[in-house]
Design a protein around this ligand. Structure first.
Ligand SMILES: Cc1cc2nc3c(=O)[nH]c(=O)nc-3n(C[C@H](O)[C@H](O)[C@H](O)COP(=O)(O)OP(=O)(O)OC[C@H]3O[C@@H](n4cnc5c(N)ncnc54)[C@H](O)[C@@H]3O)c2cc1C
Length: 402
């Protein structure tokens, strides 16, 4: 092997970058000349969009056999540093020790993490559904509530953040609390949002549906307030209100992986590196940025990829293809993803499916729920480890939603 593509991350973007890169290498019959190495703690793809769900099973499918089937090598470890000038990365191996790896092309696909603003008590007392371990901590906590003395703090769950993640967590919570505390249990779920209305970022059309679903779930809403402090037994709001609770779920936004800070160049308010049309990090030769780590234009009328799995799947394919294309002499493929849909799970009420950046409502309730379950349980899962079948859908212009 004379050349190396190193990919950091086995999320949606990293896995699809590996599949797309190996496809391009195979198209050019350069398997012996270019190696693909994928670095992440374990060869698993965590299905983050499902981490609000009541049952946390099969949330991190193993992609080891898939990567092996296409000829990519997984290295268990964490990328600690990127030396852009020397074109090397330093990896802390899971098995111990460090390893420095030289790359010809590096793809940063390390995703995003929950943002922790300086709210007293947030790190110590709040739960979240951002990563599998933290979602499991919340799950264990909810299941243990039944063994605690019945108080108003025990029976109240506060969700902080009325974006899509917070809406999904809040409307699912009554289902989880009934399972934990009993079908007839009395409890409160309170959704706190700094905006005027939960889900406000989705525009006007979805609002009546969100309001209906929240009412259906019995979720109380506190709008235009922020959480000022959290402790083991309560949360204090900027309005002065104090709510007794043992369970605060923080869902107020994410930031791009801290590794983005090691790459020069313009970045946005979420810490994403502004990529060019081919997903290069423009100020760092040999580096591509993808998934939640890149800010990329989806079209030529001003829309930008959301930090979403829908975009990460395509961004991964394009970054992987282009990294390999530069080494094997294929044409580069510009990133473009004009079609945009949103499907928000809203608990027992159902779900809401919209199309377009103006979020035109297409399906609601049970019909949308069926689509959501298909997306969450089938579409976004990694494919079976069959090289030819995988390469048939690993091209950079493949779209799940036609
Ligand atoms: C609760 C929740 C609900 C969501 N709902 C939706 C939804 O309905 N629809 C939607 O489209 N999106 C949704 N999202 C967003 C979606 O999950 C993310 O946009 C998506 O996971 C981003 O993919 P990614 O591959 O860029 O990063 P990630 O999925 O975050 O993967 C990052 C990878 O990098 C690895 N990694 C991190 N640091 C390092 C390092 N230093 N070295 C090596 N590897 C590293 C991680 O282990 C992981 O393998 C949701 C997210 C959450 C948390």
């Amino acid at each position: 092997m004379s050349q190396k593509i190193v990919i950091a991350g086995t999320g949606f973007a990293g896995v699809w970058a590996a599949l797309s890169a190996t496809r391009a290498i195979a198209l050019a019959s350069k398997e012996e000349a270019v190696e693909v190495i994928v670095v992440s703690p374990t060869p698993n793809l965590v299905i983050r969009p499902r981490l609000y769900e009541a049952v946390l099973e099969n949330m991190d499918p193993d992609v080891g056999a898939l990567l092996a089937a296409v000829g990519a090598r997984h290295l268990p470890g964490l990328v600690e540093t990127i030396d852009v000038d020397r074109r090397t990365i330093k990896v802390a191996r899971v098995s111990g020790g460090h390893e420095t790896i030289a790359y010809d092309r590096f793809i940063l696909a390390t995703g995003s993490q929950l943002f922790h603003p300086a709210v007293p008590g947030l790190k110590e007392y709040a739960f979240n559904t951002d990563q599998l371990e933290t979602a499991r901590d919340l799950d264990a906590h909810l299941k243990a509530l039944a063994s605690k003395p019945e108080t108003s703090a025990r029976n109240t769950v506060v969700i902080a953040g009325g974006g899509l993640t917070g809406l999904e967590a809040a409307t699912e919570m009554p289902i989880r609390l009934r399972a934990a505390l009993g079908a007839d249990a009395q409890f409160r779920v309170i959704l706190i949002d700094t905006a005027d209305q939960p889900g406000g970022s989705m525009g006007v059309a979805p609002q009546p549906y969100f309001a209906e679903a929240l009412t259906h779930a019995g979720v109380e809403v506190r709008s235009a307030v922020r959480v000022d402090a959290i402790d083991a037994g309560s949360v204090t709001l900027s309005s002065g209100e104090q709510i007794e609770t043992n369970t605060v779920v923080w869902a107020a936004g994410v930031r791009a992986s801290p590794l983005t800070e090691q790459i020069a160049g313009e970045r946005d308010a979420f810490g994403r590196i502004v990529g060019d049309a081919f997903l290069h990090a423009p100020a760092a030769e040999g580096i591509f940025v993808t998934g939640d780590a890149v800010r990329a234009a989806t079209d030529d009328i001003g829309n930008v990829a959301a930090m979403s799995c829908q975009h990460a799947l395509s961004l991964g394919r394009v970054a992987g293809h282009n990294a390999a294309a530069e080494l094997v002499g294929l044409p580069l493929h510009p990133y473009s993803q004009p079609k945009y849909v949103t499907c928000v799970d809203l608990g027992d009420w159902g779900a809401l499916f919209t199309e377009g950046w103006d979020r035109q409502v297409q399906l609601t309730r049970d019909e949308a729920k069926a689509v959501k379950q298909e997306i969450n349980r089938v579409w976004i899962y990694p494919p079976a480890p069959d090289r030819d079948a995988v390469f048939a859908v690993a091209n950079p212009d493949y779209v799940i939603v036609p």
